[in-house]
Structures are given as structure tokens and as C-alpha cells.
Write a protein that binds this ligand. Structure first.
Ligand code: NAD
Ligand code: MG
Length: 399
């Protein structure tokens, strides 16, 4: 008897991770069928994807865009159901027609839909690291309570997942793991001084040397906040303390991360920098499927370099580690302040070196509270955004 294809919902389908996911899925029509696709404002992008992948449901941010998409799809002879808004996102994330949910919305906007998928016990492919950073303890408790299967898609965490024993809960030490080595490309400004960084433009920050990604994560990679968010993400995913994680700058982005063991072994996962590899692993785990990724040519790579991160020129990494150590709502505040800072930078309202300054100022201003309830976390997220906007106004007045 053959098993029918599994239903997959892609939250954030029009983005960089979303389109890579659909590329892998389209290579395996016998295994996967698209149930729902979602996007925020890019209605044309979502229309193209709907015509190609023919989902049962499509979701957009606003009602007017949804009405437009409904008309276009009906004219093309498709009976796709089209909905709008956050409640609809949460509904498709939990729908019984899809066993697999790719969580690829960017930023805090992904938290509620991703949690809805977790609470429905799905196989959740987690790209939306901000959701876990904001709500780590609650998120991991929900995974356990609802029997969800959480598979990390961030390339570093996917690599570590591949390098750890299949059972790694209950503390890394119990399984002979001494350290997680989180690799970082160093971003486009590796080796630059603070003075040079002050002049950086959004176009320069979004041109990553090795990876092609959405604008927000590209800026995060350039400030090293991405590595800071990933450090927090790794603590929650692998039951690690910040001290058990070492960030290693590795400019070639061929080693995607490593796990060190008490006997001196270090296991690494290597590959071309192409997100379709971790996506395919998340989709098929524990099996392996073709991802359309070229085989790694080590002679072409030729050498692998390593260096320590520069936390003076790139303070975001330190800020993230401190927020994780502070615990409670501090990581959610860090994330919210960073989202405001990155948006302001992309809009030309804040300089590049203003990003860590603004995040540090918001962390200084807000008290660390308990992160035991979702309402509490969302309230602190909102408070941090207000505080960041107020400080931003003072910064741009020359304060
Ligand atoms: P992107 O900007 O390319 O795409 C974001 C997607 O989210 C789009 O489909 C957009 O329509 C949707 N979206 C944006 N705002 C929304 C909102 N308010 N409500 C609902 N949907 C919204 O981003 P990306 O690079 O694909 O990254 C997505 C997530 O994956 C991020 O959390 C990022 O950190 C993570 N990630 C990305 C990469 C990568 O290589 N791109 C690697 C690792 C992790
Ligand atoms: Mg990553």
C-alpha cells in the first residue's frame, strides 16, 4: 500500500525560506502536497505561488489584498479558499489537513501562528527563530505538552541537530557533549572598524557574501545580532547554557556548525551554503531526500578558516548573550528593540552602529520580568517597541 502525500503548510511562503521550501517540495510530489500558503503584503508573489502549487487555502495580511487574490484565482479557475489576518494564519497553522508546518514568517509576527502549529502537535520546521527567542521556555513546554516534532531549519541548528545523538534532552553533559560550536560567516563587514561601520548603507548590509536571504536577517547577519539570536535559539533547542556555546567565525560558510564531545571528538556538518539542505532534512527526517543542492567540491573550497568574533565592533552578540543570561523577558525585549532598530536602519532613520546602541538602551531601560505567560511576553514586546521608538526620536535629534 502506498502512503498518500503529506500535507504541508508554508507560513511566509513568498520569502526566501518559503520559496526554497516550495522548491524542495516540488521535487517530491509523491511525498508532499501543499495545503496552505501564506504571505503578508506580497499578493502578486502569492498569486504566482498559488497558480504553481495549487494550495487548498491561501492567507494574506489584509482583507483588500485577499479579495484581489480571490478574484484572480477564481478567474484562473482555481477554487482556493482565501482568508486574511492573524486569526486565519493561526487557523491554517493548526489545520488537520497538514501534518507539516514550515514556520518561515520573519520576526515576532510569526510567534502566534508558529505556536498554533506547535499546540496542534505538528511537525514544525522552525525557521522563525524570533518566535523561540521571545518565548523560549513556553515554546519548548508547548512542544513537549502537545507532542509536536520540532526540527530546526536555521542552518547552524540543523547542523548541530545532525551532529548530536538522537536523544539529547536533559542536558548536553549527560550525553558526553562538552560544547556546541556555532559558526558565523562574520557577515559582509568582517574585519571593519566601528568608524568604518558608521557609514554602512542598507544596500551594503543586505549584500551577504555567502547566503541570499530576506532583508531583516541580512541586516542581522551584518550586525552579528543574527548570531546572538541563534545563540539564544541554540540554548532552548539543545538545553544548553550560553557558556556551552562558542561562536566561531568561519568565513567560507561550509561548516554549518559543530558539536564537541568529552573524548575530544568534534563532529561537523558540511555543505554548500544553500538552505534547501536543512529544509529537505527537516521535511524528510529521519530520512534523506534530494534537495537540488550541488555536491560539495572540497577542492574548490580549498581551505577552511576560523577566527574569534569581534565583540567590540559588533556588540550585538554580547547583548544577546547578556539577555539570555538575564532570562525572563530580556530576550523578547532584545528582539523587539532589534526589530525596531533594523526597520529604522532600512528606512534611513538610524545609522548602522545605532542598531546596537538602540538595543542596549532599551535593555537598560526595561526591567526584566517573568516570561511565564504569553500575554506577559507580548506586553513586554509592545513596551520594548514603544521604548525603542521614543529613544530613536531622541537619537535622531542628536541625543
Ligand atoms: P523574508 O523577508 O524573505 O520572508 C518573510 C516572509 O514572512 C514573507 O513571506 C512575508 O510575506 C512574511 N511576513 C512578513 N511579515 C509578516 C507579518 N507581519 N505577518 C505575516 N507574514 C509576514 O524572510 P526570510 O529570509 O525567508 O526569513 C524568514 C525567517 O527564517 C526569519 O525568521 C529568518 O530569521 C529565518 N531564517 C532565514 C534564513 C535565510 O536563509 N533566509 C536562514 C535561517 C533562518
Ligand atoms: Mg543561521
Amino acid at each position: 500500500m502506498t502512503t498518500p502525500p503529506q500535507g504541508v503548510t508554508v507560513l511566509g511562503a513568498t520569502g526566501s525560506i518559503g520559496t526554497s521550501t516550495l522548491d524542495v517540495i516540488a521535487r517530491h510530489p509523491e511525498r508532499y502536497r501543499v495545503h496552505a500558503l501564506t504571505a503578508h503584503r506580497d499578493r502578486r508573489g502569492l498569486l504566482t505561488l498559488c497558480l504553481r502549487h495549487r494550495p487548498a487555502v491561501a492567507v494574506l495580511g489584509g482583507e483588500a489584498d485577499a479579495a484581489w487574490l480571490r478574484r484572480q484565482l477564481a478567474a484562473a479557475g482555481l477554487d482556493t479558499e482565501v482568508a486574511a489576518g492573524e486569526a486565519a494564519l493561526c487557523e491554517v497553522a493548526a489545520a488537520p489537513e497538514a501534518a507539516v508546518v514550515m514556520a518561515a514568517i520573519v520576526g515576532a509576527a510569526g510567534l502566534l501562528p508558529t505556536l498554533a502549529a506547535v499546540r496542534a502537535g505538528k511537525r514544525v520546521l522552525l525557521a522563525n527563530k524570533e518566535a523561540l527567542v521571545m518565548s523560549g521556555a513556553l515554546f519548548m513546554e508547548a512542544v513537549a505538552a502537545h507532542g509536536a516534532t520540532l526540527l530546526p531549519i536555521d542552518s547552524e541548528h540543523n547542523a548541530i541537530f545532525q551532529c548530536l545523538p538522537s536523544e539529547h534532552r536533559g542536558g548536553l553533559g549527560r550525553h558526553g557533549v562538552t560544547q556546541l560550536l556555532l559558526t558565523a560567516s562574520g557577515g559582509p563587514f568582517r574585519g571593519w572598524s566601528t568608524e568604518q561601520l558608521a557609514e554602512v548603507t542598507p544596500e551594503q548590509a543586505c549584500a551577504h557574501p555567502n547566503w541570499s536571504m530576506g532583508r531583516k536577517i541580512s541586516v542581522d547577519s551584518a550586525t552579528l545580532m543574527n548570531k546572538g539570536l541563534e545563540l539564544i535559539e541554540a540554548c532552548w533547542l539543545f538545553d544548553a547554557t550560553p557558556q556551552q556555546i562558542q561562536v566561531v567565525v568561519h568565513p567560507q560558510s561550509v561548516i554549518h556548525s559543530m558539536a564537541a564531545y568529552s573524548d575530544g571528538s568534534v563532529l561537523a556538518q558540511l555543505g554548500n551554503p544553500d538552505m534547501r539542505t536543512p529544509i529537505a532534512y527537516g521535511l524528510a527526517w529521519p530520512e534523506r531526500i534530494d534537495a537540488g543542492v550541488e555536491a560539495l567540491d572540497l577542492f574548490q573550497v580549498a581551505r577552511l578558516d576560523f577566527e574569534a568574533p569581534d565583540e567590540v565592533a559588533f556588540p550585538c552578540l554580547r547583548l544577546a548573550r547578556q539577555a539570555m543570561e538575564a532570562g525572563g523577558t530580556a530576550p523578547a525585549v532584545l528582539n523587539a528593540a532589534n526589530e525596531v532598530a533594523v526597520t529604522a536602519f532600512l528606512e534611513g532613520r538610524l545609522g548602522f552602529t545605532g542598531i546596537p546602541r538602540l538595543v542596549a538602551a532599551v535593555l537598560d531601560e526595561l526591567e526584566v520580568l517573568s516570561a511565564r505567560t504569553l500575554e506577559g511576553i507580548l506586553a513586554e514586546d509592545a513596551r520594548a517597541r514603544r521604548s525603542a521608538e521614543a529613544l530613536l526620536a531622541a537619537f535622531t535629534r542628536g541625543g
